[in-house]
Design a protein around this ligand. Structure first.
Ligand code: NAD
Length: 261
């Protein structure tokens, strides 16, 4: 960071990849507005720990990113706390798996709202300020499923392909204003969400947990290793640096070679 402190909003940062990015940003000297759907008293200890460890301001806003009003409220809370939003990470996301003919309408709508539309509303809310100040970073956490498909994930794959398109479009609009817009496309990342699926899948398929990891979850990931939250966080911090100024409009796979196949 050349001019500091920068102020960041990370949606869905009470867990997993978002939490790792919030920690990485605080360690890099940024103020961070965290977000999730958990009540404030549950996340405040994390804010306090990060503030104390890194000497930056870390706050939390419980807000539902499926609602445009929730998204706008989050950006307003960050502006009220820090004065401005320099960095936006659209990370909050959910998954649902079903054949398309049985895919529930409400699950489709929820995934499109959270995994795609929330990024549009948040981007819309921060863009004028970033352009006016001549500096900004928007990072969309897409997925390998923003680049390739898997069966039974119609809503997720549609939303993640959509966010790659949104990334490219907004990058072109912002290119002359010092604002970069990129998508990170993780393969399978070791998060609590993934960890929790393993015992049930092992039981359902009559496999060991090691077999589930290698032959089910990592079947498409050539390294046969999970990507890590730290890898996502380090890339996000790099994209916020001034030497990343020419990286814009990209969809960066961090997927152990999945999308090279
Ligand atoms: P996670 O379940 O650990 O965390 C999800 C976060 O989103 C939590 O903080 C939760 O509070 C928040 N959230 C859920 N619903 C919300 C809502 N309605 N409004 C606001 N916040 C909400 O998930 P994760 O594995 O860290 O995934 C984060 C992002 O990374 C998602 O967009 C996901 O699609 C993407 N991703 C994850 C993986 C993986 O293997 N874990 C792979 C590729 C992409």
């Amino acid at each position: 960071m050349t001019t500091s402190p920068k102020s960041a909003v990370v949606t869905g940062s009470s867990s997993g990849i978002g939490l790792g990015i919030a920690e990485g940003f605080a360690a890099a000297g940024m103020n961070v507005m965290m977000n999730g759907i958990e009540p404030p008293e549950q996340i405040q200890p994390i804010c306090d720990r990060l503030s104390e460890a890194h000497g930056t301001k870390v706050a939390y806003k419980s807000a539902n990113m499926m609602e445009p009003t929730g998204v706008r409220g989050l950006i307003e809370a960050a502006e009220a706390a820090f004065g401005q939003v320099d960095v936006l990470v659209n990370n909050a996301g959910i998954q649902f798996v079903s054949p398309v003919e049985e895919f529930p309408d409400d699950k489709w709508q929820a995934i499109i709202n959270l995994n795609l539309s929330a990024s549009f509303y948040a981007t819309k809310a921060v863009m004028a300020g970033m352009k006016a100040r001549g500096w900004g970073r928007i990072i969309n956490i897409a997925s390998a499923h923003g680049l390739v498909a898997s069966p039974y994930k119609s809503a997720y794959v549609a939303a993640k392909h959509g966010i790659v398109g949104l990334t490219k479009t907004v990058a072109l609009e912002a290119a002359e204003h010092g604002v970069t817009v990129n998508a990170i496309c993780p393969g399978y990342v070791w998060t609590p969400l993934v960890e929790k699926q393993i015992p049930d899948t092992a039981k359902a398929r009559g496999m060991t947990e090691e077999q589930v990891k290698r032959d089910v979850l990592l079947a498409a990931q050539p390294t046969k290793k999970f990507a890590t939250v730290d890898e996502m966080s380090a890339l996000a911090v790099f994209l916020c640096s001034d030497v990343a100024a020419s990286i814009t409009g990209t969809a960066l796979p961090v997927d152990g070679g999945w999308t090279a196949q």
